[in-house]
Design a protein around this ligand. Structure first.
Ligand code: NAP
Length: 555
């Protein structure tokens, strides 16, 4: 009996269900994976710990949450009717609209029938004799699958800060990455926001409008560029729609980060001061992530980077009226762009409001949270509510929560204790038939995530199809190919300024986490080419196992 028949058999105890593929997570990656697997006639079960689809956009509902990639580009390309019919309202859609889009996709392709919500995958164990995975979920059931795909997301494991007394606080405590579903109203409240990464920077101006007073606790100042968000016009939408085929091709093949933009042909020091400033001004006026694309060496050359960093620091000083506050808001300990650059709407201007105060917790650290206040070494600040914008255990955090056991009972957590090791970000040696979407070692978080998700999903589904067509029962990364890829990822990262920052790209935001640069910085175009070449050469660097004759007859 094939896995497909067995999975669809009615009346079986759930514990004996066998699928071709178990997918973990129903965010943008898991949904598209399911869509593709179904098209291939494979049986798939998706487990999602949230109550509905959307992944990161299901959890990150904090005030001001928006995408930082333009919505016309941060959207699926796999179905032309879908991209023609969906109408984004703004240049950077707000979270509720992105979640509506995820729901629309789930409805349109009838995905929910194969997704089990409110269910975590707790354990996955590879059975070497059967070449299948045994997957145990939080509802106590166990199923088997020939393949497991981790579509667990890179920024999905909210990180609670380890601050003394947090549990004693009497007011409400919110984490931006785990925001409640019911409306939160800060009107008339004294609010404290801890953390000034993308989430803090997006939420501060919105919370400032509601709160009677907002105190922002900043440990590290961050570079932020104005989003210049605006309603999209019909002409703008139509221009994308009528050119989508080419726009998507360029994003996939020609752009380093999967976002279509002009490719700079000059370095920052090739221009004189006036010309350079004029170019930075133009990008600042345009807004958005493409600020870093004005020159081709901002991520590579410290002196070039200094010109962009200096420009942004000057802008902060122009916007923020109090010189002392402005100085504190000017980042000075990392190259611009080496931490994920933030995109904001009126973040720096929010500090001109009489009801907003900045507290520099580098010089005046938080010592303890009291029932009604935050105590720093110098003062006590009364607050009624706390917002923790303290980020995520990124890229590996959600994978680490699953007890994954591969060959010889070895755990993935044990293998990754010194840092994640993968071949192409797609598989890890010793863990056959276990795929990772946008995992460490792939461009992932350095790119337009949907471009990278679609590439991985298509590569994985092609690979599973290849195995099926040839009666291959197991596939895994060879140790040698993995070692070479890990070295390459590391080597490329160290040709850039990125490793200089204590960023979540490096795992530096989680105490005790090994510090290695996790994503692959070679660019999505080059990376896609490498993956395609590997596949064209019969999955070079992967070891394939053919079915035993008896197994072949039974399948
Ligand atoms: P983040 O960038 O990791 O920022 C976390 C902030 O919390 C940092 O300012 C950090 O300070 C601070 N922090 C952490 N632990 C702390 C502690 N114990 N005490 C005091 N401060 C503490 O997290 P994020 O803002 O949630 O963003 C993470 C990523 O998610 C972004 O880089 C982006 O890729 C993505 N994201 C995207 C969007 C968007 O699309 N627009 C929006 C939100 C997030 P230090 O820097 O000193 O560690």
């Amino acid at each position: 009996m094939s896995a497909l028949q067995s999975a669809s058999g009615k009346g079986q105890p759930a514990a004996t269900r066998a699928y071709d593929v178990v997918v973990v997570g129903a965010g943008f990656a898991g949904m598209y994976m399911l869509y593709r697997l179904r098209k291939q006639g494979l049986s798939a079960r998706v487990y999602e710990q949230g109550g509905d689809v959307g992944g990161t956009w299901y959890w990150n509902r904090y005030p001001g949450a928006r995408c930082d990639v333009e919505s016309m580009q941060y959207s699926y390309s796999f179905d032309d009717e879908l991209q023609q019919e969906w109408s984004w309202s703004e240049r950077y859609a707000p979270q509720p609209e992105i979640l509506n889009y995820a729901n629309h996709v789930a409805d349109r392709f009838n995905l929910r029938s194969d997704i089990q919500f409110d269910t975590r995958v707790d354990r996955a164990e590879f059975d070497e004799s059967a070449n299948t995975w045994s997957v145990t979920t939080s509802d106590g059931n166990t199923v088997t699958a020939k393949h497991v795909v981790l579509a667990t997301g890179c920024l999905s494991n909210a990180k609670m800060p380890d601050i003394k007394g947090l549990g004693d606080f009497k007011g409400k405590v919110y984490h931006t990455g785990h925001w409640p579903h019911e409306p939160v109203d800060f009107t008339g409240l004294r609010v404290g926001v801890i953390g000034t990464g993308s989430s803090g920077i997006q939420s501060v101006p919105v919370i400032a409008e509601q709160a009677s007073h907002l105190t922002v606790f900043q440990r590290t100042a961050n570079f932020s560029i104005p989003a210049r968000n605006a309603a999209l016009t019909d002409e703008e939408r139509d221009s994308f729609r009528s050119n989508y085929r080419e726009i998507r091709r360029i994003a996939r093949e020609e752009m380093r980060n999967g976002i279509v933009q002009e490719v700079p042909d000059r370095g920052a020091l090739d221009d004189g001061d006036n010309e350079r400033r004029a170019k930075f001004e133009a990008r600042w006026a345009r807004g958005g992530l493409t600020f870093m694309g004005v020159y081709n060496n901002l991520a590579l050359d410290q002196a070039a980077n200094d010109t962009a960093a200096g420009f942004v620091r000057d802008k902060i000083a122009e916007i923020v009226k109090d010189p002392q506050t402005a100085k504190l808001l000017q980042p000075n300990n990392h190259p611009i762009g080496s931490k994920r650059i933030c995109i904001d709407t009126d973040y720096f201007a929010a500090f001109n409001r009489p009801n907003v105060t900045l507290v520099d917790i580098k010089s005046d650290p938080i010592q303890q949270i009291l029932p009604h206040a935050v105590r720093t070494s110098a003062r006590e600040i009364e607050v009624d509510a706390l917002v923790l914008a303290t980020g995520f255990d990124a890229m590996t955090g959600s994978v680490a929560k699953i007890d994954i056991r591969g060959r010889n009972g070895k755990t993935l957590n044990g293998k990754w204790a010194e840092g994640p090791k993968t071949y192409l970000g797609l598989m890890s040696a010793g863990f056959p038939n276990l795929f990772i979407i946008t995992g460490p070692g792939s461009p992932s978080v350095l790119s337009n995530m949907i471009v990278s998700i679609e590439q991985h999903v298509e590569w994985i589904s092609d690979c599973i199809g290849y195995m099926r067509d040839r009666d291959l029962v197991a596939m895994e990364a060879s140790q040698d190919a993995e070692d070479r890829w890990v070295a390459h990822v590391n080597e490329v990262a160290h040709t850039t300024l990125y490793p200089q920052a204590n960023s979540w790209y490096m795992g530096a935001n989680v105490p005790g986490k090994p510090q290695i640069f996790m994503p692959y910085i070679g660019g999505v175009g080059l990376y896609r080419q490498i993956c395609n070449d590997v596949a064209a050469k019969g999955y070079e660097g992967f070891v394939m196992t053919a079915a035993e004759p008896l197994q072949r007859a039974a399948s």
